[in-house]
Design a protein around this ligand. Structure first.
Ligand SMILES: [Zn+2]
Ligand SMILES: [Zn+2]
Length: 438
């Protein structure tokens, strides 16, 4: 079965009206999908707490005839549709919102507030656009169910928790995603994009997103009176030296042809003008693509912290403590190159050359990577970008030299109908292409 963009007029004779064109099918779903989107947008849930969102996905899939299992890896949803012989294709949406207070000023903005586990009261917002991901997921489920006669294989649709904590994919795999359910040959997903116009599709063969590590450094000193520094070991001065020396990791130790980031995002120490405190705390985000560069950066951070402490005369029992947050490590996302090119070429036949654009990799992170790495390298993975910036806004910002709000910004307001309709069509068409009837 060929789908459905070309020769629509010829197909129209042979097919029921509802299945004439994929794009037509998507458009018919849009009013209902936008109702779901508005509900999800107004009711965001933080990582590990996506109970209501998961319930919406599960109920929709069940209605459509999927076999649905809930609470996979926490709040995860797995919906399986077996539809004859053929490949297993997985489609993933992540479900979590962020501790960001929405400031878009739009009708329908999230007013949700929660107190986090750390005791911080905060607004909650789908500032990464995972509400568009879930809505398009429902769109794909509906279209695949409606077009069952036109494909053959097994469709596995998953709602994944806690992407923002880099944990959900790992937890779903650990809870048997690939053993209790059919293991896919292909894994597909999309992410909305805040840097290019609504309705465009971006793809990046090979490394697309970075290894992301969170590192904490506890710098210990010897506290005392601010007037008698000679009786102390000042941890603020030492931590400052460490921050300075860390800058040489990327600039002097990593090849200029490799990508790497070491950012110290937080530096806390002391309580009062005239007290030299006895410790300082640093929090770092560390990014790379390859395992070798990642290892070099993490080893280098530990070496620099210790070396600077020795230079400052810190006693052996008060060396800095460097901890890598293993639970929040997100491995680099690698789109299987030939698979990415093949799918992009196919998308161009439907969307046109100008809507499907090759994009450079970025240093953001996505735990979608886990579904096709380590012992799962046999899974061909592809996550595409779907532009979300309203075209007029994009043009105006370009003209005025303004910076657009990024993902995670309290001002991020995607053109949701464009994102959802484009993503629904793109993911459905790719899944149907992969499971085309021979
Ligand atoms: Zn995010
Ligand atoms: Zn995201």
């Amino acid at each position: 079965m060929r789908i459905l963009w070309t020769g629509a007029a010829a197909l129209a004779l042979a097919m029921p009206a509802a299945a004439q064109t994929l794009r037509g099918d998507v458009e018919k779903q849009m009013p209902s999908l936008m109702t779901i989107y508005k509900d999800l947008h107004a009711n965001p849930e933080l990582s590990f707490m996506e109970v209501r969102s998961a319930g919406i996905l599960a109920a929709e899939a069940r209605k459509l005839g999927f076999e649905v299992t809930e609470k996979v890896g926490g709040t995860g949803v797995v919906a399986v549709m077996k539809n004859g012989p053929g490949p297993v294709v997985m489609v993933r949406a992540d479900m979590d919102g962020l501790p960001v207070t929405e400031q878009t000023g739009l009708a329908g903005a999230s007013k949700v507030r929660v107190t986090t586990k750390e005791g911080v009261e905060t607004g909650v917002m789908h500032a990464c656009g995972h509400d568009t991901h879930m809505t398009a997921w429902i769109g794909v489920a509906r279209l695949m169910a409606a077009n069952k006669a036109n494909w053959s294989g097994t469709l596995v649709m998953i709602g994944q928790p806690a992407e923002e904590r880099g944990a959900g994919a790992r937890m779903m795999l650990a809870d048997g995603l690939y053993t209790r359910f059919p293991k896919p040959q292909y894994a597909l997903a999309f992410h909305d994009a805040a840097q290019f116009p609504a309705g465009k599709i971006g793809y990046t063969p090979g490394y697309a997103l970075a290894n992301v590590d969170s590192v904490d450094i506890l710098v210990k000193g010897l506290g005392g009176h601010g007037a008698y520094p000679q009786t102390t070991k000042d941890p603020i001065v030492l931590a400052s030296r460490i921050v300075g020396a860390l800058q040489t990791l990327v600039s002097r130790e990593i090849s200029p042809l490799d990508s790497a980031v070491v950012t110290v995002g937080s530096f806390h120490a002391g309580a009062k003008h005239n007290i030299i405190s006895d410790e300082a705390r640093l929090q770092l985000t560390v990014r790379s693509y390859t395992d070798e560069v990642r290892e070099h950066l993490l080893d280098g951070i530990a070496r620099i912290a210790k070396g600077e402490a020795i230079a400052a005369g810190i006693p052996d029992d008060r060396m800095p403590v460097v901890s890598v947050q293993k639970d929040e490590y997100t491995p680099a996302t690698y789109n299987t190159p030939e698979f990415a090119e093949e799918m992009a070429a196919y998308l161009k036949t439907g969307f046109g050359e100008e809507r499907v654009v090759k994009m450079p990799p970025v240093m953001g992170g996505e735990d979608f990577s886990r579904f096709s790495r380590d012992e799962h390298k046999d899974v061909k993975g592809l996550i595409v970008w779907v532009g979300g910036v309203p075209q007029a806004e994009y043009d105006a910002a370009k003209k005025e030299g303004r910076t657009l709000p990024s993902l995670h910004s309290p001002f991020w307001a995607p053109d949701a109908p464009a994102v959802i309709s484009t993503a629904t069509e793109a993911l459905t068409s790719m899944a149907m292409k992969l499971m085309a009837k021979k």
